[in-house]
Design a protein around this ligand. Structure first.
Ligand code: MN
Length: 226
């Protein structure tokens, strides 16, 4: 069974369940006890979960007043995992904070606070229930994301949940945008040169019961299986 590494975070349940339901084995790791190199050496795939904000000093900006940090050490540990995963061409699925970290790890920047920095933005922070639809996204034709979702929906538009106040701004090296919200907020990025490297701004794992985004986890775990 493909071992899917998930760095520890406060709400693991839905990530683990989404991975299990497509035949992956979630393995939770922590920078407090595990070495990034040893983790990657035994991993088949890397799933980055949601959480607090990436420290803006990592992309050369002062902290916005809304800065809400992740657990201490998480930025550095997850950046190390991403770098090693890229070197090993290991499949990566990066969710919410994960897509933001993926972009920063490649030298990109973030919108630090959507309500403050994007006039007339759609509501991107809809908390309850976790699978509440907040807005649609427009997917880029023939991207990894669109090819996976094509099995599920006959459309390049899909409805997503949304619990983020930050977003990708300037793209990091080697990445392309593959979904945007109608207000222009970036909702997915990919590295087409990698076996499987997809970041999504929404929370596909919250739909594990009903399967709307099962193809994303299937594609990810299938890539990890090879
Ligand atoms: Mn959103």
């Amino acid at each position: 069974m493909p071992q899917i590494i998930i760095p520890a975070c406060s709400k693991l349940h839905d990530y683990e369940e989404a991975v299990r339901r497509v035949g992956g084995e979630p393995v939770v790791v922590s920078g407090d006890t595990d070495s990034a190199a040893e983790v990657i050496a035994r991993a088949d795939g890397l799933l980055l979960a949601g959480g607090g904000d990436v420290d803006p000093t990592l992309y050369g900006e002062a902290r916005h007043q809304t800065y809400d940090p992740a657990e201490p050490g998480r930025d550095t540990f997850e950046m190390d995992l991403l770098r090693l995963a890229r070197d090993a061409n290991l499949p990566v699925l990066a969710i919410c904070r994960g897509i933001q970290l993926l972009n920063v790890a490649r030298g990109g920047t973030l919108v630090q606070d959507i309500p403050d920095q994007i006039p007339n933005a759609l509501p991107h922070t809809v908390r309850e229930p976790s699978f509440a639809i907040a807005h649609e996204v427009w997917m880029a034709k023939d991207s990894l994301l669109e090819r996976l979702m094509r099995e599920q929906i006959e459309s390049d538009t899909c409805d997503v949940n949304s619990r983020h106040h930050q977003a990708v701004k300037d793209l990091g090296a080697g990445l392309v945008v593959t979904a945007t919200a109608p207000d222009g907020v970036i909702e997915a990025i990919e590295d087409p040169s990698q076996r499987f490297c997809l970041g999504v701004q929404w929370h596909p794992e919250n739909f594990y019961r009903t399967g709307e985004f099962r193809p994303l986890f299937e594609g990810f775990v299938d890539a990890a299986r090879r």
